[in-house]
Design a protein around this ligand. Structure first.
Ligand SMILES: C[S@@+](CC[C@H](N)C(=O)[O-])C[C@H]1O[C@@H](n2cnc3c(N)ncnc32)[C@H](O)[C@@H]1O
Length: 339
């Protein structure tokens, strides 16, 4: 089965900038026509649970959203992610533009919702689980035992008796999350916490071992977790100290997050605007298959070179977080014009 799960169209911005390796300055109509035609083709390759991720800035994002709605269907629009792509202030502009967008579409939103991955619990979230009562079920964190009373049934309003006999009532406008019978079962099972001295407001214990193994991805991606364009540039300079700097690379950690959410090992990723090869490098390190398309010479000087480093055990970028130690390989094809 052809397992193309995802395509990332890396930067189809049309922000009127001229970069050393390519120009990004078509007139709006031509840009939109060309981009739409490519997205139409790319969408055909998507697996039923696949998704399309497009990075773009605010010059064209709204037009692109409308075009994608027409191609993939408005119901298959998943979200717009805001990526903090720079942390320094650009004083020459009216506003210092510090973010870009990732438009996310599914081929079929229902199928994508079932297969999209959660993010791994961060050490910070894990650190919130403690075990002050040495519960044999392991670390837990406490959550409120009362909820808003809006949709409550009468059985959720009662005086809750703690094991030490103290009576508790829910705060005004709130009720207990469980009926009295269910709450008593929870107390007997030592799943209700009344504080170290037993006199505290009742709270429910939520065990790490029973927690959903992952976090729902959020839509605000800050530089301190996924990196900036500048971080990516520094990375490229480190990899190619003697080469020309590529202007607009994506940080590996940004693409790592995209692939972690949208794909699993073995899935096939397409980046139709490969640039310096970030998507391919990250896909390789994360054991995904990949196809990259690039029209500039940097396909050779940057992307292919970079992939050779990766195969040979590149230690930069996400290598340590991905546990990358080298291996695998890739084919490089040059498309010739036939007349
Ligand atoms: C912003 S860069 C991609 C950056 C990439 N994400 C990275 O991390 O390095 C966009 C790339 O798309 C390439 N490109 C633009 N139009 C193209 C086309 N029609 N076919 C193939 N590549 C194209 C440009 O040469 C440029 O390298």
């Amino acid at each position: 089965m052809l397992s193309i799960i995802q395509k990332i169209i890396a930067r189809v911005y049309n922000n009127q900038e001229r970069h050393y390796h390519y120009h990004d300055s078509l007139d709006h109509r031509s840009w939109l026509d060309q981009t739409t035609a490519r997205i139409e083709i790319l969408a055909e390759f998507l697996r039923d649970d696949g998704s399309l991720w497009i990075s773009i800035d605010d010059r064209e994002v709204h037009y692109l959203k409308v075009a994608c709605d027409q191609i993939l269907g408005r119901k298959n629009f998943v979200t717009t992610i805001v990526w903090q792509q720079r942390t320094t202030r650009e004083n020459r502009k009216v506003f210092s533009n510090n973010h870009e967008y990732l438009l996310v579409y599914a081929k079929d939103i229902k199928k994508f919702s079932k297969t999209r991955n959660s993010l791994m619990l961060t050490p910070e979230v894990r650190g919130r689980y403690k075990n002050p009562d040495n519960d044999p079920r392991g670390p837990w964190q406490s959550v409120s035992a009362n909820v808003q009373a809006g949709h409550a049934t009468p059985a959720q309003f009662y005086k809750l008796e703690a094991p030490n006999g103290k009576l508790h009532v829910p705060p005004s406008g709130r009720c207990w999350v469980y009926t009295m019978e269910k709450m008593q079962e929870q107390i007997l099972d030592e799943r209700v916490w009344f504080g170290r001295d037993g006199n505290g407001v009742p709270r429910l214990k939520r065990f790490l071992s029973e927690a959903r193994q992952g976090l729902t991805p959020e839509t605000l991606w800050l530089a301190n977790s996924v990196g900036t364009n500048d971080d990516a540039k520094k990375h490229i300079i480190k990899m190619f100290p003697d080469g020309s700097v590529f202007d607009t690379p994506k940080p590996e950690s940004l693409i790592e997050r995209v692939l972690a959410i949208a794909s699993s090992p073995g899935d096939l990723i397409i980046d139709a605007y490969l640039g310096s090869g970030t998507t391919a490098a990250v896909a390789h390190k994360m054991n995904r298959q990949y196809i990259g398309i690039e029209e500039g010479k940097h396909a050779i000087t940057h992307a292919a070179e970079r992939l050779s480093h990766v195969v040979n055990g590149d230690e930069t970028g996400i290598s340590s977080s991905a546990g990358w130690g080298g291996g695998g390989g890739f084919d490089f094809y040059r498309l010739l014009k036939c007349r």
